[in-house]
Design a protein around this ligand. Sequence first.
Ligand SMILES: Cc1ncc(COP(=O)(O)O)c(C=O)c1O
Length: 418
Amino acid sequence: MKDLFERIIKDKGPLGKWAKQAEGYYVFPKLEGPISNRMSFNGKELVTWSINDYLGLANHPEVIKADGEAAMEHGMAYPMGARMMSGHTQYHEQLEQECAEFVQKESAYLVNFGYQGMVSAIDALVTKHDVIVYDVDSHACIIDGVRLHHGKRYTFKHNDIESLEKNLVRATKIANETGGGILVISEGVFGMRGLQGKLKEIVALKEKYGFRLLVDDAHGFGTLGEGGRGAGVEQGVQDDIDVYFATFAKSMAGIGAFFAADKDVIQFLQYNMRSQMFAKSLPMAMVKGALKRLDMIRTMPELKDKLWENVNALQNGLKENGFDIGDTNSCVTPVYLKGDIPEAMAMVNDLRENYRVFCSIVVYPVIPKGLIILRLIPTAMHNLEDVDITLKAFSGIREKLSGGIYKRIAAAMMAKSE
Ligand SMILES: Cc1ncc(COP(=O)(O)O)c(C=O)c1O
C-alpha cells in the first residue's frame, strides 16, 4: 500500500508545480492599501485591474460605516446556527425580499458563499432521473455542482446554440426514458472571456424542449441591465430564467450570494440545500452591509454609468491600439496574447515592476496551451489616466513579447533557478 501523501508531494498539480517560481508574486500576491484603482504591491503603487469591485463600493465611506456599525452592534457571530435552526433574523428575510424585488423575481434565498451555494443548489435541484446540459466554459462552482449529479449530463460548446440544441435532443431522449426533466445551466457573463451567455437564444428553445434554466450572473449583477439588474434584464429575458443566481463578491463588494426564483422553488431550496441546512447563517454585519450596498446600487445609478465610461475607454483604447480583446460584451476585458507560461511570467513581472500595472494573468490549464490572457476588470474607481498608463504599458510589453525578449529573460531565469 502507498502512503497517500507520496503522490501529493511528488505531483503538485498543473498550477502547483509552478509554486516555487510563482508564489507570492504571480499567485497569492499581497495587494495592500484600501481597495481602489491604485494599490500597493511589493511597496510600489500600481494601477490595479484585478479586483471585481465593479461599482467601487468596497471602500465607499457609507459602506464602511454600515459594516462597522453592524459589527459594533452585533459582533461577527450573531446569529448563531443554521437558518433553519437558530440563525434566522428579520434582516436576512428583508435582504432576501429586496434581492428578489431587485432582480424581478418572486422570492430569494441567501447563501453564505456563491461557490458553495451553486454546488449545493445544483445538487438539490436534480435527481438521478434528470439530465443537466451546461456550457463547457462554466465556472468551477457549476462544474463541481454537476459532479455531484448521479444522472446524465451533457456539455455544450461555449455559447454555441447549435451545440446546445444537439445536446438537448440527447437529453430529451434520456429524460423520456427516465421520466426526469432537464436543467440547462449558463452564465450571465462568462468571467474569463467576458461574453454574455446567449440567454435570449437559450430561452427561445424552452418551449420546444421544456427545460428549466439556471443562470449564474455573478458578473452581470450590478453591471448589466436597467439599474444593474443583470444579464437577464439586459437581454429582456429575466422572466424566463427559472433560477437566477448572483454573488455579493463582485458588484456588491461583500460576501454571500443569493438565488431568486418563484416562491415554490425558493422554498424547496430552503428545505433541501445542504450547504445552508448544515452551515451557520451569514453574520449580521454581512447582511446589514449587503442591505446598504443594494440600496446604493438602487439609488446611485451614477456608479454604473462611471463603470461603463471606464469600460468603454479601456476596451476602445485597446482595440484602437490593435489588441485582441475577443468578443467581450461585458465589463470583463481579456487581452489575448501568444506565449508560453515562462514568457507570460517574465512579461507580467515587467508589467508590474517597470510599467506599474497589475492585472490577472490566465494561462494553461485554464485556457489552451500557448495562449496568455491578461484579464482586466475596470471599475467605477478607475479614471482615464489609469487607462492611458495601461495602454502605453501594453504597447510596451507587446513589442517585447513579439521581439522574443521575454523568452530570453525566462530562459535565463529558469537556468538561474536550476
Ligand atoms: C461566475 C461565478 N460564479 C460563482 C462565483 C463564486 O462566488 P463566491 O465568491 O461568492 O463564492 C464566482 C466567483 O466569485 C464566479 O465568478
